[in-house]
Design a protein around this ligand. Structure first.
Ligand code: NAD
Ligand code: UD1
Length: 337
């Protein structure tokens, strides 16, 4: 099958493309490279020994999308393209809504025009806001506290409306927990543009000597050691979840929603200590004040994805930190090395 992957040069996209090519799919990637390097795609080809088709362009550009859909017999679309920095979204809400919401509207409009109605959408556990209890099941109430989260929630609602209006669509809304780690080859991984916002890339940049120390945002949460607890999921497990979602769409399920997480929460201090074991050196850190908008703890109930997608995470915490370190130590400056 030919799969169109928007944002396929990015972190999760590139890992998913590896799995798609390994399964024998034809892959067409569309990415504006606003947060990615084309080197990731040559590395994907190196890993898989298969070739892919790449278009540099924007999901907001209708004429460009029409050309891509005209030139390829696209069966399904995996839509990763989006902006993802929470703090930036607070400063530039219009840019985030335009890119994430209008971008998805434009894509769906062109999919409709070409009668391509199988879509996998990258949503986030952020749509659960501050959950009333744990673990989080898919039927928990949703909310958003920043424009990034709002854009994910708006798209989720738009996709639901689209399905109500035309139930020939098959749409999987995948709510990712905290993706970390890298491909075992060490050739592709997460390569943040600027100072990392997220924990794992920050820790690995401290380990490689690019940053002096990590700030731990709060040690007075109601968790076992006072630091924030999250459900970290290996990016290769996450990538495989997309293949299972595509298989599900082929059974005409309509609109479906799944958590992609492990069900296991780790604290910030546990992540630091696990990373220290992987890189065999201490990670200097200081306790800082809480980060605005953060919640104490968040982890998934992953059973629905197991039952309905036959998918569950198989990588351990050790796999996550070892692969992150392998990538970071081989590529201290990411793809610009
Ligand atoms: P990423 O930034 O590495 O990948 C996104 C890709 O989309 C980049 O390659 C970027 O260049 C491209 N892109 C952005 N806007 C575009 C546009 N208008 N047209 C074409 N290409 C565009 O991010 P990622 O971590 O791989 O995340 C992928 C998706 O998953 C995003 O939608 C993100 O919001 C969502 N998500 C990510 C996380 C996470 O922690 N990484 C968690 C939950 C959800
Ligand atoms: C963040 C986003 C969320 C997004 C998710 C995945 C915020 C408020 N939330 O979630 O919307 O879906 O990323 O991209 O940005 N931490 C530190 N020091 C650091 C960095 C993080 O102590 O330098 C702590 C955080 O307080 C948190 C944990 O590490 O307890 C994980 O943080 P992070 O990786 O940013 O992910 P989330 O906050 O879960």
């Amino acid at each position: 099958m030919t799969i169109l992957v928007t944002g396929g040069a990015g972190y999760i996209g590139s890992h998913t493309v590896v799995e798609l090519l390994n399964e024998g799919h034809e892959v067409v990637i569309l990415d504006n490279l606003s947060n990615a390097s084309v080197t990731a795609l040559s590395r994907v080809e190196q890993i898989t020994q298969k070739s892919l088709t790449f278009y540099q362009g924007d999901v907001l550009n209708k004429a460009f999308l029409q050309k891509v859909f005209t030139d390829h017999p696209i069966h399904s679309v995996i839509h990763f393209a989006g902006l993802k920095a929470v703090g930036e979204s607070v400063e530039q809400p219009l840019r985030y809504y335009e890119n994430n919401v209008t971008g998805t509207l434009t894509l769906c409009e062109i999919m409709n025009e070409f009668n391509v109605k199988n879509l996998v959408f990258s949503s986030s556990a952020t749509v659960y806001g501050d959950p009333a209890s744990l673990p989080i099941t898919e039927d928990f109430p949703t909310s958003a506290t920043n424009p990034y989260g709002q854009s994910k929630l708006m798209v989720e609602n738009i996709l639901s409306d689209l399905y109500q209006a035309d139930n020939t669509w098959n749409i999987a809304r995948l709510r990712y927990f905290n993706p970390v780690g890298a491909h075992p080859s060490g050739l592709i991984g997460e390569d943040p543009n600027d100072i990392p916002n997220n924990l794992m890339p920050f820790i690995s940049q401290v380990a490689v000597g690019k940053r002096d120390k990590l700030s731990v945002f709060g040690n007075d949460y109601n968790t076992h050691d006072g630091t924030g607890v999250r459900d970290y999921i290996h990016v290769v497990d996450l990538a495989r979840g997309h293949l299972q979602a595509l298989k599900k769409l082929n059974t005409n399920p309509g609109l479906v929603t799944y958590n992609l997480g492990t069900g296991q929460g780790y604290s910030v201090l546990e992540m630091i200590h696990a990373f220290e074991l992987a890189c065999q050196k201490p990670i200097p850190y200081q306790i800082a004040s809480r980060r605005s908008g953060d919640i104490a703890a968040c982890y998934a109930a992953p059973q629905k994805a197991l039952t309905e997608l036959n998918w569950q995470a198989s990588h351990t915490l050790e796999d996550m930190v070892m692969s992150s370190w392998h990538w970071q130590s081989n590529n201290p400056n990411g793809y610009s090395d």
